[in-house]
Unconditional design. Structure first.
Lengths: 225, 134
């Protein structure tokens, strides 16, 4: 059961470290961030600034050392692990940087994985995945295996897998990595409603998307407000 | 029978079977674990999109059942064929494959596969889903 809270994601003072003693690395140092429903939010920052760790925490894949994450009004920290898996399956979709398609399955079967995991009958799930792939322009390639698809086609299959179960939140890891610099930073960011800049495990600046200047590297490393 | 007993043949035979079981268990376990390690990323992806540990366990169990079924069938068939081939040889006439032995072998194989599956399942459970992002 999810609430009618207009906030889809709310992170409150998220901290996360890896390792202990001298090997201890603070990856997230008190992140406060929220994403409203229907909002396209970009998390940008230099490599190693904690973006992937933060999205892993938001998705309930990693436990924060401290702080709280709530999705659609549900606190992930208080959910039992099994319930968290079911919540993720029902409400979240993922697009990975490396697509992570299963090589032994066809494009349609790959796209149908979340439905199959949810217990839908195979034929029905694959039919639904086929229809979505058709909308994404891959109607003629639904029976192809990942190795028979180009990088762009594989990316669309990965996108179909993220959307096929109509999730309420889609989390994309480096969605512009496959695009050239001009298209990635100059084009895609203009669709963003919000751009949050991360550095050193903190969100250092948040700005409105379309009207803001395109982020450049290196990112500012000012202290959080 | 007393001849075989005084030669220590049964003991040697049992030792050979024991060594075979240990080696078989090691190879089977290693093969299953290798499979899990090599497929850590796809398995993590499945965990991320909401596949439960129970579902992954069933997949591993199915894989184990296939390996066990195929292994048992091929092994028993080869053993039976060898027994059949050597039946005409005077010295090996007494070599045959009683069903008890075939069943016992299947049981031993099932135990070895079960242990390997248990180790694999523990490995899958411990797999961090977030590794898929790395």
């Amino acid at each position: 059961m999810v609430s009618d809270d207009p906030t889809a994601v709310r992170c409150t003072d998220i901290r996360r470290h890896f390792g202990e003693g001298e090997a201890r690395v603070e990856v997230l140092c008190g992140v406060d961030h929220s994403v409203r429903r229907g909002e396209l939010s970009f998390l940008v920052g230099p490599s190693g600034c904690g973006k992937t760790t933060l999205i892993s925490v938001i998705a309930g894949l990693l436990e924060p050392t401290s702080g709280a994450v709530s999705l659609f009004g549900r606190n992930l920290g208080t959910m039992p692990p099994d319930e968290r898996v079911l919540f993720r399956r029902e409400h979240l979709g993922f697009v990975f940087q490396q697509y992570n398609l299963l090589q032994a399955l066809t494009a349609a079967e790959n796209a149908a994985v979340p439905l199959l995991a949810a217990g839908m009958r195979r034929l029905e799930a694959v039919d639904r995945a086929r229809a979505l792939l058709d909308r994404l322009g891959l109607g003629s390639r639904t029976g192809a295996y990942p190795r028979q698809l180009s990088g762009g086609q594989q990316q669309r299959v990965a996108l179909a897998r993220a959307l096929v179960h109509e999730p309420r939140l889609v989390i994309c890891d480096e969605p512009t990595a496959a695009l050239d610099h001009a298209t990635g930073e100059g084009g895609v960011y203009h669709f963003a409603d919000v751009i949050a800049h991360m550095d050193d495990g903190r969100i250092v600046r948040t700005e409105a998307g379309p009207s803001s200047p395109v982020p450049t590297s290196p990112f500012p490393s000012t202290a959080p407000a | 029978m007393r001849f075989y007993g005084s030669q220590g043949v049964p003991m040697l035979f049992m030792v050979t079977i024991g060594i075979g079981l240990v080696v078989g268990a090691a190879i089977t376990g290693q093969t299953f674990l290798m499979f899990i390690k090599e497929n850590a990323r796809p398995l993590s992806m499945l965990k991320v999109v909401g596949t439960t540990d129970r579902q992954l366990g069933r997949m591993i169990l199915l894989q184990g059942a296939l390996v066990l079924g195929l292994g048992s069938c091929f092994g028993s068939a080869i053993a039976a064929a060898v027994c059949d081939l050597v039946r005409t040889q005077p010295f090996l006439r007494s070599l045959y494959l009683p069903w008890e032995i075939a069943l016992g072998t299947c049981g031993a194989l099932a135990s070895v596969t079960g242990l390997a599956l248990y180790a694999s399942f523990r490995h899958v459970r411990a797999l961090e889903p977030a590794t898929v992002f790395r």
